[in-house]
Write a protein that binds this ligand. Structure first.
Ligand code: NAI
Length: 317
């Protein structure tokens, strides 16, 4: 059975071009009512125009689809969601996609370069998503996409502001994925790669042409469909390839002894072991993180192990 979005209302931010436009077209082609949001700015956030969003709405309508344009900045999150409610009476899916770049080497990054990037990417996604949240909660359905970047996951020269904001979106998504499932609200994060005006300054033209946004959009649609139970995931997607990422942690090493001060020399001497990924684990929660450290306290200081909140008998000495 093909995946239909009939009856669903989708808000795609920054949908006047690039990836967002492709998402909007793809959702509309499968029956969704789409709010095509775009402030119509240049890649650095300058200027303003309604033309970008209008063009996409016209294209959707020409194909028989349902769409309205919205020209507000994502910094006015409530207005974007209101546009969905006014036009279609509900909001089911939010794709946080709008973005700009203010690349500078770290030391030349101005306060404005830092703040603008955070305001559009991180604060914008927060405000739009918060405005939609209660509607999703009441109707017991919601699908949210956060857009991070390889620059956020791995770091990238000249993108300290962007990397920080983009990885902030993963943190936001991680927590929404914990607060949402009781209401059937799922939140996932994608790090896309596609040719667009954002990437044409850093990639050769043939690569920009080859890496089509059409090779990303189907992933976003799947994550936003009611059949998809994925929640709290992080995915890299581009060229038709999709991979999932997760945290990996070494077994680690206890670097202190009972009744002894912990020293930097002990840390140095155990460093290889601290960083040895043999038999690594894949922790998935704060509880798991906490548990491993609390268990060290009992191992070292009490000579016993604490298992999931209960205390086991002291180990025979
Ligand atoms: P794009 O520049 O083609 O599209 C971004 C759109 O967002 C533009 O139409 C712009 O007018 C709009 N926009 C900017 N600020 C806005 C605001 N405050 N409110 C509403 N709309 C606003 O860029 P592209 O490449 O399609 O990027 C989409 C998203 O994917 C961005 O978040 C970007 O950071 C992210 N991304 C893209 C990659 C790629 O390979 N293209 C790589 C990694 C991340």
């Amino acid at each position: 059975m093909s995946l239909s979005f009939e009856g669903r209302v989708v808000l795609v931010t920054g949908a006047g071009g690039g990836l967002g436009k492709e998402y909007a077209l793809a959702f509309a082609a499968r029956g969704a009512s789409v709010v095509v949001n775009d402030l119509g700015v240049d890649t650095k956030g300058g200027g303003k125009s309604s033309a970008a969003a209008d063009k996409v709405v016209d294209e959707i309508k020409a194909k028989g689809g349902k769409a309205v344009a919205n020209y507000d900045s994502v910094e006015d999150g409530e207005k974007l969601v209101q546009a969905a409610l006014d036009a279609f009476g509900r909001i089911d899916i939010v794709v946080n996609n709008a973005g700009i770049l203010r690349d500078r080497s770290f030391v030349r990054t101005s306060d404005l370069d830092w703040d603008l990037i955070h305001r559009v990417h991180l604060r914008g996604s927060f405000l739009v998503t918060r405005a939609a949240w209660n509607h999703m909660k009441k109707q017991m359905f919601g699908r949210i996409i956060m857009t991070t970047s390889a620059a956020g996951i791995y770091g990238n020269f000249g993108q300290a502001n962007y990397s920080a904001a983009k990885l902030g979106l993963l943190g936001l998504s991680n927590t929404l994925a914990i607060e949402g499932p009781n209401y059937n609200i799922h939140c996932n994060t994608i790090a896309p790669l596609a040719g667009s005006r954002l990437t044409e300054s850093v990639m050769p033209p043939d690569l920009v042409a080859a890496l089509k946004p059409e090779y990303v959009a189907p992933m976003v649609l799947w994550l936003c469909h009611e059949q998809c139970q994925e929640n709290g995931g992080l995915f890299e997607v581009g060229a038709g390839w999709i991979g999932k990422l997760r945290w990996e942690r070494t077994q680690g090493c206890i670097t202190r002894q009972r009744n002894q001060p912990m020293t930097p020399e002990a840390v140095r001497d155990q460093w290889d072991k601290v960083c040895d990924f043999t038999d690594s684990t894949k922790p998935t929660s704060v509880q798991e993180s906490l548990q491993s450290m609390v268990s060290v306290l009992s191992k070292v200081d009490l000579g016993q192990e604490v298992v999931a909140g209960q205390t086991s008998a002291p180990a025979a000495s």
